[in-house]
Design a protein around this ligand. Structure first.
Ligand SMILES: *Cc1c(COP(=O)(O)O)cnc(C)c1O
Length: 366
């Protein structure tokens, strides 16, 4: 057998540790997972009801074009139905874009560090990834612009950026889009859109009129609390949606994903409450980091990158032993961990554990 040469040495994605596995391995009763930016409040109660009703249709294929959900989402966003494409998570939209656009040797530009799925999909297609260092944890759009050439197909802008949580403003985005040549697609990943509280955050959908090369990604996995059901979406001009649609599998989202997303969308008070809780708990964690003298990136998402001034794997192990799972291992930031913003009691338990970890570090380094 002879696989595509570019996939042979691809790393296998390392997900956050599942709670059950950690409990078993360490014999812990209670484990708090703050590693995957999931919604700590679950999902809207309307979701459970919608899924329960849908159980009767488990033997039937889903609606491949998700007609009902598309209508509800189009109305919610103020766009037309043909501006929307659904994926098995927005991860799949990323894969579909690379599948539809990249030939081996094409170039693609992204931040270093950002969401790893862009690069892994580009690698699979044999495209060359140009990584542009973040500046103070933020996309350096002018340096990214300077890397564009005739071979560039896609520039990825993760806003807020995962893992740093920083945003670029509307003004910065507009000035960037004005300079990006028409042959280059800009993918604006807004997985954490609903958590943003900064008034300078771009109103990206209204920019689609001006920029035919813009694609916006959002998801039901984060604030809507549907990570397990795998449903996300892309928003773009109809002609771009049409191209991406050509490489989509006919039944790429499930019945459960579709009905759950519809119910979740219709319960905006739940979303608003989660966003409000997240903002105040994000403030709490950031003020605790400041109290402990720990540098961090000011976050607009539901996670924070904080510098513990020790190898992040050691911090991870120390917190894990205390029943807290966080995310270590970001290459560019070897002493930082990313922690998701949890419920109030989870965040307080995390801070207590963190203080133990820091005290442990202080004694072992003497
Ligand atoms: C979580 C996340 C996604 C998408 O997740 P799906 O579950 O596949 O919808 C996309 N981009 C970023 C930056 C994320 O953090």
């Amino acid at each position: 057998m002879k696989p595509k040469s570019q996939i042979v040495n691809l790393p296998v994605y390392q997900p956050g540790k599942p709670i059950e596995e950690v409990k078993r391995e360490l014999g812990l009763e209670q484990v708090i997972k703050l590693a995957s930016n999931e919604n700590p409040y679950g999902s809207s109660p309307a979701v459970l009801e919608a899924i329960t009703k849908e159980l009767a249709h488990v033997s039937l294929y889903p609606d491949g074009s998700a007609v009902e959900l598309t209508g509800v989402l189009a109305k919610h966003l103020g766009v037309e139905r043909n501006n929307i494409i659904f994926g098995c998570g927005s991860d799949e939209i990323i894969a579909l874009i690379t599948r539809a656009f990249f030939l081996p040797g094409d170039e693609t530009i992204m931040a270093d560090q950002t969401f790893s799925v862009y690069k892994s999909n580009a690698d699979i297609e044999g495209a060359v990834t140009i990584e542009v260092p973040l500046q103070d944890g933020t996309h350096d759009l002018s340096s990214m612009l300077a890397k564009i050439n005739d071979k560039t197909k896609v520039v990825w802008v993760c806003n807020p950026n995962n893992p740093t949580g920083t945003i670029i403003s509307e003004q910065e985005l507009v000035s960037f889009m004005d300079r990006v040549p028409a042959h280059v697609m800009v993918v604006l990943d807004e997985a954490y859109y609903e958590f943003v509280t900064d008034a300078d955050y771009p109103q990206s959908i209204s920019m689609l009129d001006r920029y035919p090369n813009l694609v916006i990604l959002r998801t039901f996995s984060k604030i809507y609390g549907l990570a397990s059901l795998r449903i996300g979406y892309g928003i773009a001009r109809p002609e771009v949606i049409d191209l991406i649609n050509r490489v989509r599998e006919p039944f790429n989202t499930s019945r459960f994903g579709q009905v759950a997303a519809t119910a979740a969308l219709l319960d905006q008070p739940f979303v608003q409450e989660c966003a409000k809780q997240n903002a105040s708990e994000r403030d709490f964690l950031q003020s605790e980091f400041a109290r402990l003298g720990l540098p961090f990136f000011a976050s607009q998402g539901n996670f924070i990158m904080v510098d513990l001034d020790m190898p992040s794997k050691d911090a991870f192990q120390s917190l894990l032993k205390q029943g807290i799972i966080v995310r270590p291992g970001f290459q560019v930031y070897p002493t930082y961990i990313r922690v998701s913003v949890g419920r109030p009691e989870q965040n307080r338990a995390f801070v207590t554990a963190l203080e133990n970890t820091l005290a442990e570090k202080a004694t072992t380094s003497h």
